[in-house]
Design a protein. Structure first.
Length: 126
């Protein structure tokens, strides 16, 4: 088991804010936390409440892999993508579609964005 530290959290927080702004998600009251949570294999997490436009993105303190800068940045990007897709995700669930299919498609879109947008941006900033 590995632990993220304050330096890791600062990197994570900066990246979350960068992608929040880039994707135009500034209408959310977004709080960013560095906490331990017990969801298996979750290195970070996004939770949101649409009616109040409040969201929480959390970097897990305990990681199953060594926390390296590139991964910390990638998970920040991933969680902002979760926020970006949260509403469509909720609407899809309301339409009585199989939950596993929705989850699979959502992560397909996020992986495309990671590979098409995030990787390109990473090459430009490294």
């Amino acid at each position: 088991m590995y632990k993220t530290n304050d330096k890791d959290f600062k990197i994570f927080e900066k990246e979350v804010r960068k992608w929040q702004k880039r994707f135009g998600l500034t209408d959310w009251d977004l709080k960013i936390y560095h906490e331990e949570f017990l969801i298996e294999n979750a290195l970070a997490m996004c939770e949101c409440e649409h009616l109040s436009r409040a969201a929480k993105i959390t970097l897990n303190i305990k990681w199953s892999i060594p926390p390296i800068k590139k991964d910390i940045k990638r998970y920040a990007f991933h969680e902002v993508c979760e926020l970006l897709l949260a509403r469509i995700n909720d609407l899809a669930y309301d339409r009585f579609v199989c939950a596993d299919n929705i989850e699979e498609e959502k992560h397909t879109i996020i992986r495309r964005m990671e590979n098409g947008i995030w990787d390109k941006n990473q090459q430009e900033t490294d």
